[in-house]
Design a protein around this ligand. Sequence first.
Ligand code: PHE
Length: 413
Amino acid sequence: VSLKPLQILGNSIPTDETTNVTPTILSKIHLRLHSQPSHPLGVLRSLIESHYPDFSHFSSVSPLVSPYQNFDELSFPPDHPSRSPTDNYYLNKGLMLRTHTSAHEVEMFRQGETKWLLTADVYRRDEIDASHYPIFHQVEGARIFDANASGMKEVEEDNKRLSKFLARSNIVIEDVPHLSSTNPAQPSHDPQLVKLVSLNLKLSLNSLMFKLFGGSATSPSSPLRVRWIEAYFPFTSPSFEVEVFFQGKWLEILGSGVIQQATLDAAGVSNKIGWAFGLGLERIAMVLFSIPDIRLFWSTDERFLSQFKKGEITTFRPYSKYPPCIKDISFWIPQNGRFHEGDLYDLVRDTAGDLVEDVKMIDQFTHPTTGRTSMCYRINYRSMDRSLTNEEVNRVNEQVASQLSSQFDVEIR
Ligand code: PHE
């Protein structure tokens, strides 16, 4: 274990026994793909921003936050499972990479922002496949109103404007009640006002969905379908998820809700009420631009980058898919319980980088007499840019195996 400080975005950051951020992650923090105007994530960000012209737009807020900002200020209980180091990247005990853009809600409201969008890279330790990558991008949007008669008037006027727009759009919405016994208003809120705020949230997001998905493939006989689902987040109540029916499937698009009063209190704006939403850009960009693999967003290959233009949703034409090369790794895991699946995923990414398309557990058994457990994982190697040779893949795979046995005390079989 090295105790050297980490150099991140010009800061020198001390490490401790909590540090689990990997070199692969550190090497990508400065890239900020959503800031490149002709990158698909940048194109999608601009499109969403253009739908909210009178909101403040932020897109270069540092990803380093305290666990307090990421969790506590958003009412996550102290023992909430999402705080686990197996799911997050910690720089040290007091500093982590944000797991969601909601981590900035309190500072935005504290700065006096009342209508804002914030786009940023977020970090979660996760599995490896075509739609998961440990870094992805979110847009947080929020709007707060005065919690009094004048605020109520502002909401009602905006609701009228949005309803008019939606009445002219070819969209069918499956709604849920604004409030229910399982999705209640907060004790300090006036339920009538909460209903108006929920309606404003729904109208605003329905019109955004129409902007993003309504252009293609809708016709009088096949309108865009959007459905609202009751949800739960520690930092909103009532809470909702939104799904859109696109290319034959329901896609999960976003989480949202009426902001917990505790969040607004922490920001010093107790006399306000409002909504927030958070949406992931990659999954939306994958369907809108027909991008088949999430690793492509990180490609610097001109055959990828040259296909996109500022301000346009274009269809990606995949260049030839190179052949896969599949390797299995079997090993006994240590009996001290000190091996987690996430450690394997990070180790694979650090050793093999973006040559790995997919990692799956294919077998697990416990020896009847010794009680030892053996795991077998299948690693699918495939470059996005070139053909790999079997010798090259063997070398990388052997490095994975030797790192695994030296770092985690596992015994390769
Ligand atoms: N932060 C939540 C997530 O990442 C999404 C969300 C944002 C939900 C704002 C409610 C309000 O899943």
